[in-house]
Design a protein around this ligand. Structure first.
Ligand SMILES: [Zn+2]
Length: 458
């Protein structure tokens, strides 16, 4: 019988004042009792973090300082340059390099508190199946720490340009091979196709193929800030068409329990509210499992460069979640250390914290929603949530009888210490002050704890 105790923890659903001792026996919570010996700096016990959108094979292309990629550092920093140089990098991948960067990324996200991740792995005529082979190895080797979903992902065109057909054949080959056992999602990038016709073909093909292979679906969509409409210089967001296409394909019957994720969708930041309300109403009425994933750190870096004043736009995640839209939405980091997003550590909690400013979401309830966006809302988007994960409040609860799932423990230090006056040269005086305590989700979102204060409890 495997028994584990987690003592002196604050459970956010019970407020910040009380602390509890939790006992887990054979993976079931067998007791939640008020702490027998309360401690003056208790820890917080929270649902663990989830990455709904993370590129595995192109992580750290810039920040690994691997000389192979040195010549691909951004010169202009444009979106098209990032697409070109990253495509060039793909032809230089080696198994060892893919494995090292992938392992570095997965180790890092685990130390940050993530226990599940949807990872995008490119499959096309340039890169072949090598990144997928390495991703499958990483999925197995990290299985005890992180539940890894692999997306067979087309970053390149499938229905236009010279190698569209070749790319599609490689992807179809992979989905028909034994590697398919490790693939749970199909992902494409309709915006890289040359025209609307090819974009439409890309989306239709992806929906049909996902249904045929029983896969979740994930589109990089509407990645622009163009005015919405049907006049000259305007474009209608594809997200609205996807709703129609899914209904026509009878997605809910044909691909039961598989979700459809729409990533980026920056153009929706200035969609006509009436059109958006209409689309949201259709999604809700037909119970379509569509989830929007905002990727603000990439979007703000990439979008709106060629204008002054510079337009700024990223999917309005918090507005989408609230009335009148009431849509499913969450947050992802997309890229780490490459030309699409050279900066940042990929920490989901930092992302949630940025959300306070980006979405002007300053209330305590907002902070809880933002935490959900990098935890239970993200898990739901990628199809990992169970029935009991439905209600937001209950997500943070730990009750007797429930199955234990990995949780994130945020520790508090008693004191903050700095060198005292005249210390050094053999003198070791310190100045010590009581440390601020994080006692609620709000505290963790507003001021994310250092990684060494986070621990995944399995
Ligand atoms: Zn992406």
């Amino acid at each position: 019988m495997a028994k584990m105790k987690v003592d002196n923890v604050i459970l956010p659903s019970h407020g910040s004042e009380k602390t509890f001792d939790v006992t887990i026996t054979d993976n079931i919570v067998t007791s939640v009792r008020p702490s027998s010996a309360p401690h003056h700096c208790p820890s917080l016990l929270l649902p663990s973090l989830c990455h709904p959108h993370l590129h595995l094979d192109k992580a750290y292309l810039l920040t690994s300082n691997n000389p192979t990629y040195a010549h691909l550092a951004p010169k202009t920093g444009t979106f098209s340059e990032a697409l070109t140089t990253t495509a060039q990098a793909k032809s230089l991948y080696t198994e060892d390099d893919l494995y090292l960067r992938g392992a570095q990324l997965l180790s890092t996200i685990y130390t940050q508190g993530a226990t599940s991740a949807r990872t995008f792995v490119e499959v096309d005529a340039t890169t072949g199946t090598l990144p997928l082979t390495v991703a499958r190895r990483l999925k197995r080797e990290f299985a005890h720490l992180i539940e890894i979903q692999i997306v067979a992902f087309a970053q390149e065109p499938l229905f236009s340009k010279d190698d569209g057909e070749a790319n599609r054949l490689v992807l179809e080959g992979v989905l028909a091979s034994e590697a398919a056992a490790d693939i749970s999602v199909l992902g494409t990038t309709p915006y890289v196709e040359v025209d609307e016709h090819a974009m439409s073909e890309n989306i239709h093909w992806a929906i049909e193929t996902a249904i045929d292979k029983c896969l979740h679906l994930d589109f990089h969509l509407d990645y622009n800030l163009k005015p919405t409409g049907i006049n000259q210089g305007q474009v209608m967001p594809w997200a609205f068409n996807v709703v129609t296409f899914l209904l026509t394909a009878d997605w809910n019957t044909m691909n039961k329990d598989k979700t459809v994720v729409l990533g980026h969708c920056t153009q929706l930041s200035h969609a006509n509210p009436r059109n958006l309300r209409h689309a949201a109403h259709r999604i809700r009425t037909h119970n379509l499992p569509i989830h929007f994933v905002g990727l603000p750190t990439s979007d703000l870096f990439m979008m709106g460069r060629d204008h002054y004043p510079k337009p700024r736009g990223t999917l309005p995640v918090m507005d989408f979640i609230r009335e009148p839209y009431c849509l499913n939405a969450c947050l992802g980091v997309n890229n780490v250390g490459n030309a699409f997003t050279p900066y940042g550590t990929g920490d989901p909690l930092t992302l949630a914290s940025w959300g306070v400013g980006i979405y002007q979401a300053g209330t305590e309830k907002d902070a809880e929603t933002l935490y959900g966006c990098v935890s239970w809302r993200a898990r739901k988007a990628i199809g990992l949530a169970s029935e009991q994960d439905e209600k937001e409040r209950e997500e943070t609860d730990v009750v007797e009888g429930m199955r234990w799932k990995p949780m994130l423990l945020v520790e508090n230090k008693g004191a903050v210490e700095v060198p005292g006056p005249g210390s050094g040269d053999g003198v070791s005086g310190v100045m010590a002050f009581p440390a601020r305590q994080r006692v609620s989700i709000r505290d963790v979102v507003w001021d994310p704890p250092e990684v060494n204060l986070r621990k995944v409890i399995r």
